[in-house]
Design a protein around this ligand. Sequence first.
Ligand code: G4P
Length: 546
Amino acid sequence: MSLELAADPAVPAEAARRRTFAIISHPDAGKTTLTEKFLLYAGAVAEAGAVKARAGRRRVTSDWMDLEQQRGISITSTVLQFTYRDHVVNLLDTPGHRDFSEDTYRVLAAANAAIMVLDVAKGVEAQTLKLFEVCRARSLPVLTFLNKYDRPGRDPLELLDEIEAQIGLRPTPVTWPVGIPGDFRGVVDRRDGSFVRYRRTAHGATAAPEERFDPERAAAEEGDVWRQAHEAAALLDEVGATLDVASFLAGESSPLFVGSALTNFGVRHLLDAVVDLAPPAEPRPDEEGLLRPLEAPFAGFVFKIQANMDPAHRDHVAFVRVCSGRFTRGMTLVHGPSGRPFSTKYAASIFGSQRDTIDVAYPGDVVGLVNAGGLQIGDTLYDAQPVAFPPIATFAPELFASVRPRDTGRYKQFRRGLSQLEREGVVQVLRDPDGDPVPVLAAVGAMQFEVFAHRLAHEFGAEVDLASAPYKLARRTDQRTSGHLRQVRGTRVLARADGTLLALFDSPYRMERLAQDHPDWCLAPVLSADSASPVPPGENPAARIE
Ligand code: G4P
């Protein structure tokens, strides 16, 4: 079938209406509150209510689960879709903890932009630095929201320096606070110099009324508070910290907004920026770097797999980001890696334990394919015109543990759970090519092991014993080098399911010595959030680094 014949003329316009982004934040910075306020401003909920009972909860599942339960609104644990100003907004969920930065990396493969939420009292928090670096590694355009301005916080100028120094993104404030943290009156909109004054509503349950004044009237009404904000804004002009769309799209500068998700101050500005500044769904490069036109027949890739989201059904869901064409439920696609047909009869948007059938989706949207047992993260699905999107890189593990079932009678359950959780990328599973049957789990963060053990026990009925393994870092290696490494103390060579051989070392020093002494050995770095440098859009980091 020729591309022209298959082209759907509605697709480019639908793709242009899509905005697909994720919110990255330190736990408690306000991601859930902001999400709820986006729904309020988009008219998807009539009133926002505080999300209770969050303190102490482990953030290993979606932060939206309890929001969904309390509000009775349609939120998947992976993607939330709503319309705003005739745009279709897809908000992807990411875990708020650095231990899951690899998961965040995979989700960001499906996003076109991110919002970084910072608590004005705390600034850039060390724990989430890794998540922001992941954003940078993906070269995603990032909007910044300085949240919680309704209560005492730090000097925003100081926070600008901190963002630039720690994240390497040049913040360009679009709005600037009028009033101090704790006595927050509104913002200067630096695009036209006007003053936007907000008024609180009871519990922030409804949109905050806004009035817009020209600078003269603002000075008359707010006096010194306005003059101080005006001076700060002039200083920002002088240092050139001004909205620059080209460098924002290149992932170099970050338009910054101030506000308070709790009282709704600044929420509308931020949501407008998602629509006005964040890029729409764009043609995606394939493995060769060739762009798949939006109007080409359907193509998408799996960026997340989750089993047992609904304990009653024990199903596998593969989340597919649509990259080209129109998805229609029931169409039979080709599973790229195997060349086998794949039926999409059970396509859904997943609402936690509830699911709605999806009939049609366009580039930028996410489709949940239920009972997608044969799919892996990174797999491409297409219709008519073959394409393969680049694989999603796996991070260099930093923590290792050997794992055994506590009860050997439950070995079958253990094997089943192990292979499922490996497919989901909960942990990496390394096996000994020489036959030691005890697998070694590898992770970026310790909580991955906890989630693994918990899910194995609760979803598969197999309690496990984990014993920490004495390795500190991994390098990609080959058969020849692994033969040599077998003779070296403090190292071990194990294989990932995709066949990649990883050499594990008990000390970075030993690895460096070996690399120096044997320059012909293959000891290649594996992608890591710490070392990941910005990748030009469209470039496959896996191909570049591995
Ligand atoms: P998270 O998803 O990023 O983890 O953060 P979440 O929205 O749950 O917010 C964490 C806490 O911060 C919540 O308080 C929330 O109400 C509060 N918060 C969020 N945005 C703002 C803001 O703009 N100003 C102020 N003052 N607080 C804000 P909590 O006490 O944990 O829960 P709750 O009982 O208030 O819901």
